[in-house]
Design a protein around this ligand. Structure first.
Ligand SMILES: *[C@@H]1O[C@H](CO)[C@@H](O)[C@H](O)[C@H]1NC(C)=O
Ligand SMILES: *[C@@H]1O[C@H](CO)[C@@H](O)[C@H](O)[C@H]1NC(C)=O
Ligand SMILES: *[C@@H]1O[C@H](CO)[C@@H](O)[C@H](O)[C@H]1NC(C)=O
Ligand SMILES: *[C@@H]1O[C@H](CO)[C@@H](O)[C@H](O)[C@H]1NC(C)=O
Ligand SMILES: *[C@@H]1O[C@H](CO)[C@@H](O)[C@H](O)[C@H]1NC(C)=O
Ligand SMILES: *[C@@H]1O[C@H](CO)[C@@H](O)[C@H](O)[C@H]1NC(C)=O
Ligand SMILES: *[C@@H]1O[C@H](CO)[C@@H](O)[C@H](O)[C@H]1NC(C)=O
Length: 802
């Protein structure tokens, strides 16, 4: 009985010990932080960072550093923004694990009180050292003289903090998945040619995917000559690297909390937030099109854009997923039919090709056969045993044939001109009805799933430990039962918590919610401050309860039902792009339909054009940004979100004059009933900006937005609005446009010397091509982006040379 009592007392002590110790920012030699005591956490003096143990799965912990305050939406779920981890690949047990600063100055992390899983590997016995968590998030081991023996900044995991240098010896490595913090496949590092790159290093192959691998470093705006290999982000949001890479966060200029992270999906993103507890927002990202990141769908997988999750993986026809839980392993041929040897001619006869338009597989060409007919190309691929198919592309005045050896890095994109011919046994082809039309990748049900389950880490160690502990006390079985019961309860509670963490993270990523009408009424102080009209409703400025300033749009008459509205709105809400207005939420109550957007400080492009305050560089950047936003909307499988009303009033400018396209998807929301099978039955848009297809009763495609974009650029160039001078006649806009075009043509003949006027020339070319009457003569938005970006790079390197 005595020992039962003792045990209960011990448990009580263990429970209440958090009260006993108070948070500090340093650890003295000979002391430890224990995984069992949640108060064993170092907190930087400014409170921003914490260092200690955090759970990564069932009874699995890592030692690391994180932003003390989780984002507000995640407060309940304790989802942490971890910035450094000591033992990401070897989590430790929840019992007996310790992080210790030994008396000799070495830092060690021990698992279950036994095995050393990590060590700072420095021994320094003379002058006693101290471990300090600095205000900038750096955990530093200092001698009494203030010399740093070891620092966490020198061994980053997946995150770079302001002032932390990325060097020749360090790299950022992504986590394996949202819930598995171990080293993943993507990394940011300085390559042998001194340039900063993103690498996919998967289970079978490795490849560089950023900067664009087909560009020479110089074309990508990088220099290979500076071999100091160092990159750093400053507190204001300016990132600069010795290879000339320089970018600024979209909220540059303010001291915010920031972190640059190699994300699990292979993208490099800069996150920022104004104050502790705010939601993290993406203020820069390296890759706008998620499908261009290598390795995401594995071999024989195909990536397509999908609004709800950003991107989606599927297998090529005739292939199936190799590992049902992990797309990294891609797809393999389905068993039946693929076994036929290619050597015999009878076997060859059993194969034929399926045509897949606009599918790109990067790399792994067997050879390039120039000026080759389709039949010849098919014959070549049939002869090759390991040729799974080929690309057939037009270039240099003839068709070229690219037989593949493997299918990797595949994605489907509207911008890609080539055609893929997939070699398949006839037996399989017939089941696809011999045409690619049957293979609608947009409706494929397979979705990308990262492994979200943790294997149960054996609790054997802790049970053993408790057994010894109990027997030392006298071995009363009752004691053991109480103790074991206590830990079983506790670990099942931890499991629940870690499940919630996963959901919380996903929610934080989309950050989209439903508001009540009274909440929005309060935010806008009774719909007082009107800041705009049009697009089906009136827009008010408001301040949400978390102090974010929002633009709240009250839609006119609600025509569709609540379910329809919700379906549509949640799709729009999930679109994320730097150049699209972000939707934070919506309200649907009775007949009220409201949308909540981020507020844009500099209003619309229309206002800025009429007050003539933009310089040429700004105009150029606005044209590029707008094109990027529209190109993103036009990606395959997103045809439904044609904008249909591109005009300067719908291009908004943030505090840095970055453009964001507004009101996309609204035409669907407002005229849902009229959209059937992508036929638009009624004319939409604004006079002057509308493509001729609307009037000529031709099919409406993404080229209508291209036309409107062209007119907007014309307006930026000439300062004349196409709406000017339109009276009641249909042709009014047309005449005005002709005037704008001829003005631009005149100017183009003027000659261009400096970089600025070259930018203007490029804009003129783009404007004229986009506003062609014939829609086939207009480029796609993706091509426009490429034209402008290509030019942007050129001009920068020219400036650099002069
Ligand atoms: C950003 O940093 C780079 C390199 O230090 C510097 O050249 C550039 O002027 C900085 N940009 C701004 C806006 O401070
Ligand atoms: C190389 O880059 C570093 C860091 O950006 C810079 O300080 C240094 O001046 C550069 N060296 C040369 C030779 O340009
Ligand atoms: C496929 O080939 C393997 C050996 O290459 C053979 O063992 C197997 O029976 C074949 N299967 C079919 C369905 O032909
Ligand atoms: C392509 O091949 C055809 C026939 O083989 C030939 O007539 C034509 O001149 C070739 N074109 C080029 C550009 O080489
Ligand atoms: C194949 O296509 C034909 C004509 O297009 C159609 O009638 C038939 O139902 C299709 N078969 C399958 C299995 O989809
Ligand atoms: C996390 O990923 C690593 C690497 O793929 C794997 O070995 C490990 O088992 C995973 N951990 C869990 C808990 O799933
Ligand atoms: C516990 O550990 C022992 C030895 O380490 C092992 O033999 C036994 O199978 C383990 N039990 C469980 C449930 O994992």
């Amino acid at each position: 009985m005595a020992s039962t009592f003792l045990c209960i007392v011990l448990l009580f002590l263990a429970q209440s010990s958090p009260l006993a110790s108070s948070a500090s920012n340093n650890l003295n030699p000979g002391s430890s932080l224990s995984v069992e005591n949640s108060a064993d956490t170092l907190i930087s003096t400014n409170g921003m960072f914490s260092a200690g143990f955090f759970p990564v799965g069932e009874n699995a912990y890592c030692f690391g550093i994180w932003f003390t305050e989780p984002a507000a939406a995640d407060a309940a779920t304790q989802n942490l923004a971890v910035v450094w981890t000591a033992n990401r690949d070897q989590p430790v047990n929840g019992r007996g694990s310790m992080f210790t600063l030994q008396k000799n100055g070495n830092l060690i992390l021990t698992d279950a009180g036994k095995y050393t899983v990590w060590s700072s590997n420095n021994v320094f016995s003379n002058s006693l050292a101290q471990l300090i968590l600095n205000d900038n998030g750096n955990l530093v081991l200092l001698t009494l003289k203030g010399v740093a023996l070891w620092e966490s900044f020198a061994s980053p995991t997946d995150t770079l903090l302001p002032q932390q240098q990325l060097t020749r010896n360090t790299k950022l490595v992504s986590s394996r998945s949202l819930t598995n913090y171990s080293s993943g496949f993507y990394s940011l590092f300085f390559d042998n040619d001194n340039t900063l790159r993103l690498l996919y290093d998967g289970p079978e192959v490795s490849s560089i995917y950023w900067h664009d691998p087909w560009l020479l470093s110089l074309q990508a705006g990088r220099t290979t000559y500076n071999n100091s290999r160092v990159a750093v982000l400053d507190a204001l949001g300016n990132f600069s690297a010795s290879d000339g890479l320089n970018f600024m966060s979209s909220d540059y200029g303010v001291k915010l909390q920031r972190r640059l992270k190699a994300d699990v999906d292979g993208n490099l993103r800069l996150y920022s937030r104004k104050k502790p507890g705010d939601r993290w927002v993406v203020s820069w990202q390296a890759i706008a099109e998620p499908c261009k990141i290598h390795g995401i769908c594995g071999p024989n997988g195909l990536c397509t854009y999908e609004p709800s999750s950003g991107r989606k993986c599927s297998c090529l026809p005739g292939y199936e997923m190799r590992n049902k839980n992990d797309w990294a392993y891609g797809c393999q041929p389905t068993t039946e039919g693929f076994n036929v040897s290619c050597k015999s001619s009878t076997a060859r006869d059993q194969f034929d090709f399926m045509y897949l338009p606009r599918v790109e597989y990067f790399g792994y060409d067997y050879f390039i056969y120039v000026n080759t007919s389709l039949e010849k190309c098919k014959a070549i691929c049939l002869e090759l045993c390991n040729c799974p198919g080929f690309h057939y592309k037009f270039g240099g005045g003839h068709h070229n044939c690219y037989p593949k050896t493997q299918f990797r890095n595949g994605y489907r994109t509207p911008g890609f001109k080539g055609e893929l011919y997939l070699k398949l046994p006839k037996s399989i082809l017939s089941s696809y009805n011999a045409t690619a039309k049957e293979f609608n990748m947009c409706s494929s049900k397979l979705t990308s799933q990262l492994s979200r389950t943790y294997e149960k880490k054996s609790t054997n160690g802790s049970v053993n430990f408790m057994l010894k502990f109990a027997s030392a006390l006298g071995g009363l079985e009752l004691v053991c039962i109480i103790v074991v019961w206590y830990f079983v309860m506790r670990s099942s509670k931890e499991k629940e918590e870690s499940d919630v963490v996963t959901q919380g993270y996903l929610h934080a990523v989309t950050g989209f919610r439903r508001f009540s009408y009274s909440e929005l009424k309060k935010a806008t102080r009774g719909f007082k401050e009107e800041i705009g009209r049009g697009g089906g409703g009136i827009v008010y400025k408001g301040t949400l309860c978390d102090q974010r300033v929002a633009a709240i749009k009250q839609l006119n008459a609600a025509t569709q039902g609540e379910a329809e509205f919700l379906a549509e709105v949640s799709l729009i809400g999930k679109l994320y792009h730097m150049n699209l207005i972000e939707m934070w939420g919506y309200c649907v109550e009775g007949k009220h339909r409201l949308l909540v957007y981020e507020y844009m400080e500099h209003g619309s492009l229309a206002e800025k054009l009429s007050s003539n305050v933009l310089d040429w560089n700004q105009k150029f950047e606005i044209a590029v940004g707008t094109a990027k936003g529209l190109a993103y909307l036009h990606e395959e499988c997103l045809e439904w979100v044609l904008h249909c009303d591109v005009k300067p009033q719908n291009i908004l400018l943030d505090s840095n004059y970055n453009p964001k396209v507004a009101d996309f998807g609204l035409s669907q929301l407002l005229h849902r009933s009229e959209v059937s099978n992508s036929k638009f039955s009624r004319i939409r848009g604004t006079r002057g900006y509308m493509a001729p297809e609307w009037i000529q009763n031709m099919p409406i495609t993404s080229k209508v937005d291209v036309y409107s974009y062209g007119i907007v650029v014309l307006e930026m160039l000439t300062g004349k609005s196409p709406a000017e001078g339109i009276q009641s006649s249909e042709g009014g806009g047309e005449t005005q446009k002709k005037m704008m075009v001829s003005r631009v043509r005149e100017k183009m003949n003027g000659g261009f010397e400096n970089a600025e006027s070259k930018k203007r020339e490029e804009l003129m070319k783009v404007a004229l091509r986009c506003s062609e009457e014939n829609r086939d003569a207009r480029p796609t938005m993706t091509q426009v982006v490429e034209m402008l970006l290509h030019y942007q790079d050129d001009s920068e390197s020219e400036i650099g040379n002069s």
